[in-house]
Design a protein around this ligand. Structure first.
Ligand code: COA
Length: 187
């Protein structure tokens, strides 16, 4: 097993990114039980409270197994829970990982996802010495695709009929961001 990877604390102009805590359980359940927020997610909205425990266990496992980090995104001004973001599937040999994020609807449209992901990417390229970060997004999810493009990702291809959620088949776009592209544009 790989060495543990302590989850960092990061700060941006408007946000704090910190390890997920047991006290986030209610906010996580509310976020992930929203059909609207989860409409382009690769699994259905949560209906059972036990899903929160599974989420919290996964956060700990990522850290203990050294395969990634999940961070709560909170507003610096008042500490409000906005959502979470992750770098996971860290492959130390390939120096690659995947990026993901999920924010509560009230927080959308203010640039928070881009700001949080940019901070996480800066940390990951530096501390994990990544060469490539990948993200997959439902082709209907224009806002998420736009976030990736604002971050400098390139749309590399389409995974046809990639997901089936409650019987609905959807395609995914694959996006990639290389270290040299990040260094040129965003560091
Ligand atoms: C996708 C998500 C993270 C975006 O968060 P956000 O904080 O609103 O993102 P930002 O404000 O940083 O950027 C959103 C961009 O998308 C644009 N946008 C919003 N809706 C859009 C749409 N339907 N089509 C195209 N662009 C859209 C916004 O105008 C903005 O671009 P701009 O800065 O050029 O104006 C948020 O909607 C979310 O958490 N959704 C639910 C979970 C999810 O789908 N996660 C991603 C899974 S791959």
């Amino acid at each position: 097993m790989s060495p543990a990877l302590p989850t960092p604390r990061l700060e941006t102009e408007r946000l704090r990114l910190r390890p997920v805590a047991d006290a986030d359980a209610d906010a996580l359940f509310e976020l992930h039980s929203s059909p609207h927020v989860l409409r382009y997610w690769d699994s259905p909205p949560w209906t059972e409270r036990s899903r929160v425990d599974r989420f919290l266990r996964t956060c700990r496992a990522l850290e203990q197994e050294g395969t990634g980090v999940r961070l709560v995104v909170e507003r610096a001004s008042d500490g409000a829970f906005l959502g979470w973001c992750t770098v996971q599937e860290w492959n130390r040999e390939f120096r690659s990982a995947s990026l993901g994020y999920c924010l509560a609807e009230a927080a959308w449209g203010k640039g928070y996802a881009t700001e949080a992901a940019a901070a996480l990417l800066t940390w990951a390229f530096q501390e994990l010495d990544l060469h490539r970060v990948q993200a997959e997004v439902d082709t209907r999810n224009g806002a998420s695709a736009r976030v990736l493009e604002k971050l400098g990702f390139t749309r590399e291809g389409t995974l046809r009929e990639d997901c089936i959620v409650n019987g609905v088949v959807s395609d995914s776009w694959v996006y990639g961001l290389l270290r040299r592209e990040w260094a040129a544009g965003f560091s």
